[in-house]
Design a protein around this ligand. Structure first.
Ligand SMILES: [Zn+2]
Ligand SMILES: [Zn+2]
Length: 71
């Protein structure tokens, strides 16, 4: 109680809630004909370009980290 909960998986159009972001993306694409953007490296789908950019940035940071660990 009192904690801010992340409601990122709520549909912006009909406010239905989903267990995962992937489900929300699929729902928005199929039910509301939303334009979906895809990550070019792993194919993950996003509702907004800013979400994709955030993911790509995290992915790049992970890559840099694993490179650092390996070499
Ligand atoms: Zn919806
Ligand atoms: Zn990706």
């Amino acid at each position: 109680m009192g904690f801010l909960r992340h409601e990122r998986n709520e549909c912006e159009d009909c406010h239905e809630k989903f267990g995962s972001y992937d489900e929300l993306v699929r729902h928005s694409r199929d039910n509301h004909k939303r334009h979906i953007v895809k990550c070019s490296s792993c194919g993950k789908q996003f509702l907004h370009e800013k979400d994709r950019l955030h993911h790509v940035r995290e992915e790049n940071e992970k890559k840099v980290d694993s490179r650092r660990h390996k070499f």
